[in-house]
Design a protein around this ligand. Sequence first.
Ligand SMILES: [Zn+2]
Length: 172
Amino acid sequence: MDSGALVPNELTNEMVRRRLGEDDADGFLLDGFPRNREQAEFLDNTLRNSGRTVDMVLELHVSAEEIVRRLNGRRMCGTCGRSWHVEFNATRVEGICNACAGPLHRRDDDREDAIRRRLQLYEQQTAPMLVHYQEKNRLVRVDASGPVDAVGERVAATLGARPNYSATSPQR
Ligand SMILES: [Zn+2]
């Protein structure tokens, strides 16, 4: 993960399979999974085995330059784990967490070379997979440019527009 590469399919698939088998997984949102065709087929099969299906795939669309800008400025607190951003969600004192005064650091996979590598993997593996869901009429693209609140409102409106969804569904 630190180099910007992805975790092997077998490992991720097994984690997802176990989690979706738990009692409270009758409604769920997966973030960053599936990332490739093999994972998508695994997910389809796993859900089919329990009489379920993927209802919606939400693509948060934003330019590559914006992704690099967002990840480059991201800072994590080493003590409490909170996430900050030098430009969009800055702390009062540079390098120090507002919540617990712990030291901030960059995740190794947020460095520019690792970010470029992840974007390349996305284009190679993840973007083609969207066609799979588009053919099933499950894909919805949301404009993810702009401030966090605005994107959040667009996502909530998209989910709320579907009869099967409520924006206030319990989350874990
Ligand atoms: Zn902190």
